[in-house]
Design a protein around this ligand. Structure first.
Ligand SMILES: Nc1nc2c(ncn2[C@@H]2O[C@H](COP(=O)(O)OP(=O)(O)OP(=O)(O)O)[C@@H](O)[C@H]2O)c(=O)[nH]1
Length: 318
């Protein structure tokens, strides 16, 4: 590994460790209480553990899967000491995540033959959509790729302004129209401009109004249809941004959006500010959609390509 890569991966690890601090403190303090005074993993410990996982926003279904795995292990090994619980949880959760996430996580690479690579970003207001687009644009640009942003969230003037702020910050072109204009028309213009400029990556913001699923569905379908008039088979990626700090609400949003449109990847933000980081484990397990990015801070560098092994490692590192 080159020195640059080593420094970068150490920094990435430190940011991840720091970003997960709140979740870990909360989780391990609960886990400590769950096993207090116990030397052996028995039914009581398993009951307590179940509660710890559920209250850490891992989600009921995923929690039950984890508990079943640990039960089987306890039954097999006859005696499992509580001091082994951390290591066992780590192994079982890593195992669970690798079973369910079948998709190859390509992270920031742009697949061959897909130029411009078009990412449509969806999600409700306030989840960190604009910030994620800005951070993504920065990372693609840092790799030497030419990026164009499209402000197709035309529902609020602030959304267009905010995206402009990020476009200026990252120094990438943005295509926008007035507030209230047709999002599909902005998407059309953005893709046309990207083709003319020979851009590598296009990132399109969309309005995430969930109050009416049919409207949302119609709007996203139309945006997609119009995109395909410019570049076939686009968008290549539909990235749903979820706010990790909302815990179960993030699950709910994932359910709604996956019903409204075909979501191909997830970004889970604001993990640094929350004790609900367990949501990443539950969401990775429940939806057959890869978590590609996680937000672990407000800074431009604080969006990471999600790696389930690094995540579990950081989570269970004492
Ligand atoms: N701590 C932390 N804050 C984040 C992260 N991602 C986004 N934010 C903050 O979350 C807030 C909302 O982010 P926006 O990007 O404006 O969210 P949005 O979904 O585009 O929301 P609207 O612009 O209201 O539609 C901002 O203050 C961001 O700085 C993250 O990973 N960590």
């Amino acid at each position: 590994m080159s020195l640059f890569k080593k420094i970068f991966s150490t920094q990435k690890k430190e940011t991840l460790d720091k970003g997960l601090e709140k979740t870990k403190t909360n989780f391990f303090s609960k886990l400590g209480k769950a096993v207090a005074g116990k030397s052996k993993v028995d039914d009581d410990v398993l009951d307590n553990l179940e509660e710890v996982l559920v209250t850490s926003d891992v989600g009921v279904d995923t929690t039950l899967k984890i508990i079943t795995r640990i039960e089987a292990r306890v039954a097999r090994d006859k005696y499992v000491g509580t001091e082994e619980l951390n290591g066992i949880l780590r192994e079982e959760i890593a195992g669970l995540l690798s079973e369910t996430d079948q998709n190859e996580n390509v992270g920031l690479s742009v697949p061959e033959g897909k130029k411009p690579y078009v990412i449509m970003v969806v999600g409700v207001n306030g989840v960190g959509k604009t910030t994620t687009i800005g951070k993504l644009a920065y990372q693609y640009k840092k790799q030497g790729l030419k990026v164009v942003l499209g402000a197709a969230d035309t529902f609020r003037a602030a959304a267009i302004d905010q995206l402009q702020v990020w476009a200026d910050r990252v120094d990438v072109p943005i295509v926008k129209q007035q507030m209230g204009s047709d999002p599909a028309s902005v998407a059309f213009d953005t893709l046309s401009s990207a083709v003319t400029q020979n851009a590598d990556v296009v990132i399109i913001d969309t309005a995430g109004r969930l109050h009416n699923k049919v409207n949302l569905m119609n709007e996203l379908t139309k945006v997609k249809r119009v995109m395909q008039k410019v570049v076939e088979n686009t968008p290549h990626e539909v990235l749903l941004v979820l706010d990790g700090s909302t815990g179960q609400n993030a699950f709910e949003q994932a359910k709604q959006f996956t019903k409204a449109t075909e979501v191909t990847a997830l970004a889970i933000t604001k993990l640094d500010g929350t004790a609900k980081g367990g949501v990443v484990i539950g969401i990775s397990d429940q939806f057959k959609i890869p978590v590609k990015f996680i937000g672990v801070g407000e800074g431009i560098e604080d969006l990471q390509v999600f790696n389930k092994y690094e995540f579990v490692d950081s989570f269970f590192k004492l």
